[in-house]
Design a protein. Structure first.
Length: 715
């Protein structure tokens, strides 16, 4: 948009302030905020060289352009003062009002981290800061989505002026923009900002691919423009011939955006010259009925590709986007045709901000339910950040309830995702689904347009292993809570069985004894903490009150449990173990949480969530403490973007094999179409640092993420 270029070129305080005055009235409050920001940032300069005050002024210009009110513009001007100066939120509230203070607080970064906020497994201080700031912003946005409009405007100006930073910082900011802020702009329905953020990010992340696309468009500009103009003229004549007045419609033509072209190349595995619908026109009319009249005329005059027809007017997207999409042939050339009203066009360009910029009855509001769905409780801030990004960074489908209500889900979502979207209890007790009147598994992948009914059973329990198969953070979080609750029950009973086995007692009788002696508090720790088990063993012996009975003391000393290492396992027991075996019901892999049943002097290893193990535990079967022995190997998860072409996956796996990596899991999927097809691989390797692996793989492939692997069932 032209306004983005104008704002990008603002380099001085006077230029920026003058441009702001053309976009909004400089009220006394806004003037006071300008003075406060100028004083606070006095002597500060951006990496690009201009005074820092230009940045908040430019953000305020963007917010004003999108129709932001006085409080939003003031908050834009002050969004960095709390972080960079002695001014606190209380002072902002006193000087500018509570509304401005709440917006500024939601935008302020978190620099001082408390241990209780981080949890116990934080790997990166930078990611922790980003995640906590992100969560703080989202919590504010639930009650006031204006904070998100300011934030994406702030990020847009940063992207417009990114050249002054180092290449490493540019790349990091561009990636974060692509996976967090562009999707937020999309969810708010503000396509003008979303498109700019995507194209700018694409330019910095894949500069060579960006340049190839630009070169192709430049070299073929004349023939493409002639084809586009010729088709637009045909459409215009078609409408005039069939009773439309020239002033009642507008025809716009365009070549697809660079990032949109790149995505299509990756999804289809084709070159730019093979993309069919590279050219597109948009027809704007007065009312929705005219949209369908024009659709009929276009389909009558040209051959449509029916598989590409989408009616987002009858079924709007969650972000309130409404347009008819169709693709047609004309003289062996394929054109995409979009048909919408003028009000729908405003809504598509400005989204949630359209209500502020335009006072029109034809503007509908985007749904902000996705914001509430992101506010699940999660102690692991990094995991929250990853799940939230996954929810934002997705392509949606629309499914129906039997009553005809519509629900948006990420592409690749399963019936259980739908169940949890309806209500947490429906998800917890879901038994099976009917999809389009056909009985299906809860793990059946849904398609756009499916009619879904969920049947429940109060005795049903969701499988904890399903946590990797659902797509939404809402479903993942509920399954995680279910898993944690089940683990507590399992560990409590297993701990009793382990202690009862050590003392050669019946489990039920021993449980009553421990309860009478008040030795059953926090007993579950005995199933996973060897040191704590030893401490509890010592307490129980004291509770027997053997006093000076030397025979009893001798017996307990002789038969005291010992630390035993056997094969890949560590046991703690006073029983003989001469072998380790796995049952047919489960084959836990290294790192999975495990327990062991004692049978004929063999330790039978089960996954902690194995149903058969659960039955043994309830029966009070003999058990021994068991855990994996430490290995030098480290496990990593890597997500890599691969071209959709023959041999791409084989090439990547061969590279890992040459580094002696042991592959323990692969997920190759095309559900996420915001980037190229991706492959997720979990592997083990010895004597290789994470930095070495990242550098080695990044030199050959587009690595999206490389991190230490945490088993989905742990914690």
């Amino acid at each position: 948009m032209e306004v983005f270029t104008q704002i990008q070129n603002l380099k001085t305080f006077s230029q920026a302030k003058s441009f702001l005055a053309t976009l909004c009235e400089i009220t006394s409050n806004i003037q006071k905020a300008i003075v406060c920001a100028q004083k606070s940032h006095e002597g500060q300069f951006r990496k690009t060289g201009e005074p820092y005050i230009v940045h908040p002024l430019c953000v305020a210009c963007l917010v004003a352009f999108y129709g932001g009110d006085e409080a939003m513009i003031c908050a834009s001007l002050l969004h960095d003062v709390v972080e960079d100066t002695d001014i606190d939120i209380q002072s902002v509230g006193e000087d500018f009002g509570e509304s401005v203070a709440q917006l500024v607080d939601g935008l302020t970064k978190i620099d001082e981290l408390r241990e209780e906020e981080l949890g116990s497994k934080i790997k990166s201080q930078r990611i922790a800061v980003a995640a906590l700031t992100f969560r703080k912003m989202l919590i504010t946005a639930v009650n006031d989505p204006r904070v998100l409009v300011i934030k994406i405007s702030d990020r847009l100006h940063n992207m417009l002026t990114l050249d002054g930073l180092s290449e490493e910082k540019r790349l990091r900011i561009a990636k974060e923009t692509l996976v967090v802020y562009a999707p937020i702009a999309h969810r708010l329905g503000i396509s003008s900002i979303k498109n700019e953020l995507e194209d700018k990010s694409f330019f910095y992340i894949f500069p060579q691919e960006y340049q190839k696309i630009q070169d192709f468009i430049k070299n073929n500009n004349q023939p493409l423009s002639l084809q586009l103009n010729d088709f637009a003229l045909k459409i215009q004549k078609l409408l005039l011939k069939n009773g439309f007045v020239e002033s009642s419609f507008r025809v716009e033509s365009r070549i697809k955006r660079p990032y949109s072209i790149y995505l299509k190349m990756q999804r289809k595995g084709v070159g730019i010259d093979e993309i069919l619908d590279l050219l597109a026109i948009r027809i704007l009319v007065q009312n929705p009925i005219d949209c369908y009249k024009i659709l009929g005329l276009v389909h009558t005059a040209f051959k449509p590709i029916i598989s590409r027809f989408k009616d987002y007017i009858a079924l709007p997207k969650e972000n309130a986007y409404q347009t008819i999409h169709t693709t047609i042939f004309d003289n062996s050339r394929v054109f995409e045709v979009q048909i919408r009203t003028f009000d729908m066009h405003k809504n598509a360009e400005f989204g949630v901000a359209a209500h502020w910029k335009y006072k029109s009855d034809g503007i509908i509001s985007p749904s902000l339910d996705w914001l509430k769905n992101l506010q699940y409780q999660n102690n692991d801030i990094e995991e929250f950040y990853e799940l939230a990004k996954n929810d934002l960074y997705r392509e949606d489908i629309v499914v129906f309830s039997p009553d005809g209500d519509t629900f948006s889900l990420p592409a690749g979502a399963v019936a259980l995702d739908f169940a949890y979207l309806i209500h947490s209890e429906i998800g917890d007790y879901a038994k099976y689904a009917y999809i389009n009147n056909q009985k299906c598994s809860l793990l059946q992948i849904l398609k756009s347009g499916d009619i879904v009914r969920i049947f429940t059973d109060k005795n049903e329990q969701p499988k904890c292993t399903w946590i990797d198969m659902v797509k939404t953070s809402r479903a993942k979080n509920h399954l995680k809570i279910q898993t944690q609750n089940r683990l507590k029950e399992i560990e409590q009973q297993a701990a009793i069985n382990i202690l009862a086995t050590i003392f050669s007692k019946d489990a039920a009788i021993f449980a009553r004894y421990l309860s009478m002696r008040k030795l059953d508090s926090d007993l579950a720790r005995c199933a996973s903490d060897e040191q704590y088990l030893q401490e509890q063993y010592a307490k129980i012996i004291k509770s027997f009150r053997i006093g000076s009975n030397w025979l009893a003391k001798f017996r307990f000393n002789v038969f005291a449990p010992k630390h035993i290492e056997l094969e890949n396992f560590i046991f703690f027991t006073n029983h003989s173990i001469n072998g380790v075996a796995f049952d047919y019901c489960c084959r836990p892999k290294y790192g999975d949480t495990i327990m062991a049943i004692l049978s004929n002097q063999k330790a039978i290893i089960h996954h902690k969530l194995c149903d058969k193990l659960g039955a043994f535990i309830k029966q009070g079967s003999s058990m021994v403490f068991a855990k994996w022995a430490k290995r030098n190997k480290k496990a990593y998860k890597v997500i890599v973007a691969l071209e959709d072409k023959k041999g791409a996956l084989v090439s990547f796996l061969n590279t890992l094999a040459k580094e002696n990596c042991n592959i323990i899991g692969i997920n190759y999927s095309s559900y996420n179409t915001q980037v190229s097809l991706y492959c997720e691989v979990v592997f083990e390797v010895e004597n290789k640092t994470q930095k070495y692996l990242r550098d080695m793989l990044a030199s050959k492939f587009a690595i999206i993420e490389l991190s230490n692997f945490k088993d989905a069932y742990q914690n």
